[in-house]
Design a protein around this ligand. Structure first.
Ligand SMILES: Nc1nc2c(ncn2[C@@H]2O[C@H](COP(=O)(O)OP(=O)(O)O)[C@@H](O)[C@H]2O)c(=O)[nH]1
Ligand SMILES: [Mg+2]
Length: 390
């Protein structure tokens, strides 16, 4: 990813961000592409911009199809439950069987490649946490692949988590290497990069840069100037690790981002699978990936897969209770780091507004029923009783 794009290119990018309709976005993107100088340093950016262009064209085509009443498969799955996890993988890796094993969905396994034609959701309950699992048409990780490839990867990019399903009876090292490359081309990173940049647009307050690490090749002033070039005037920028200015620019451009992910090492019941799994684990390049060995056929380790999903999604359960009342049976599902105020807000905005204090039982407090303020951070399994002004 290049840094220091010429001002013309940045100005064009602003147009892309501001475009409302896909048609407008396409025009703006085309202009952006022609304003970007072509050299080694911009290769990835251009690749990414052209891919985005392709996706937008497909989106328009899709809409036309719908209007004309033809009923091709639709690639949008409404999110339900606490989070959405999309399964992606090559033909016959076992995605569809996994969906039927993990969720309430009953599907017919038809034994020919590319038999799944449209994405399909089902609900998995991990303890009390509902997680939507989405099965998708198979793609391949080397070469061109089927025409729905960018749609499937678009679904994955939009999901809360990605499950990369791998057939462990075939050379998994090669499969996984290619898969990682392919996903990265699509802007999906399965591991947190060494440097992580978050940009949160705000409505006022100027640009605030919080550095938990360092900016390797510039200063906070350089970051502010770059954002202003993109006409971002109010934002909180958080930098973790050792970030280059180009990492920050890549974030502005939305070109790649980390997606909580699991490598689902499937078909562990088959002969060569166990040895192959060790090969995966021992490959240095795969350090830091979450790998879960399972068998969709025998059901081996499927519950572990659920727990791992909750873990990578950073979901926690909080049980509410009214003063003098019973503990709720079903939990609120929140993200790790949530506060008592987040709990109050998910109960009711009035309760949040009239919040006085809360009592908490569980891991986040030392005493049962300890009295805490709104900023108190809750933990998985906590019971929270909120006291509000009447
Ligand atoms: N032995 C074994 N076969 C499996 C497993 N998971 C899926 N299969 C089989 O692999 C074939 C492809 O499965 P399917 O779910 O359709 O794969 P998809 O193309 O990724 O959706 C089917 O014959 C499944 O029964 C597994 O864990 N072990
Ligand atoms: Mg399938």
């Amino acid at each position: 990813m290049p840094t220091n794009l010429p001002p013309e290119a940045r100005a064009k990018w602003i147009k892309v961000m501001e475009a409302r309709s896909p048609e407008e976005k396409i025009r703006a993107l085309q202009e952006f592409i022609s304003a970007v100088p072509k050299h080694k340093g911009t290769e990835k950016l251009l690749y990414w911009a052209r891919r985005r262009l392709r996706e937008l064209r497909e989106e328009i085509e899709d809409k036309k199809k719908k209007r004309s009443g033809s009923r091709g498969p639709t690639f949008f799955i409404e999110k339900e439950g606490a989070a959405q996890a999309v399964m992606v993988g090559e033909p016959n890796s076992g995605k569809t069987l996994l969906l039927s094993r993990l969720t309430n969905v009953r599907v017919e396994i038809v034994d020919y490649p590319f038999s799944t034609q449209a994405p399909k959701p089902g609900m998995l309950f991990v303890r009390d946490v509902p997680i939507q699992i989405v099965d998708t048409p198979s793609i391949v990780f080397s070469g061109e692949g089927p025409k729905w490839t960018s749609r499937v990867l678009g679904l994955a990019r939009n999901a809360d988590a990605l499950m990369l399903v791998i057939d462990m009876s075939r050379n998994p090292v090669v499969q996984l290497k290619r898969a990682l490359e392919r996903l990265e081309e699509y802007g999906i990173l399965l591991r947190k990069p060494k440097a992580h940049v978050g940009i949160e647009r705000t409505s006022s307050g100027g640009i605030n840069v919080i550095v938990n690490g360092k900016i390797v090749d510039g200063s906070i002033e350089d970051v502010k100037k770059m954002l202003r070039d993109y006409r971002i005037h109010h934002a909180i920028v958080r930098i973790f690790g050792e970030a280059l200015l180009e990492d920050i620019e890549a974030t502005v451009l939305g070109a790649r981002s980390y997606k909580p992910s699991i490598i689902v090492a499937n078909k562990m019941d088959l002969q060569e699978a166990r040895e192959n799994f060790y090969k995966l684990v021992e490959t240095k390049e795969f350090n830091g990936l979450n790998m879960v060995p399972v068998s969709a056929k025998t059901g081996e380790n499927l519950s572990q897969l659920g727990f791992k999903l909750v873990e990578v999604l950073e979901l926690i359960r909080v049980y509410t209770k009214q003063p003098g009342g019973e503990v709720a049976r079903t939990p609120l599902v929140l993200r790790r780091g949530a506060t008592v105020m987040d709990v109050a807000k998910s109960i009711h905005s009035e309760i949040a507004k009239n919040f006085k204090y809360a009592r908490v039982w569980g891991k986040s407090v030392r005493l049962d029923g300890e009295r805490v303020g709104s900023e108190h951070v809750v933990e998985d399994g906590d019971i929270v009783e909120i006291h509000a002004k009447a």
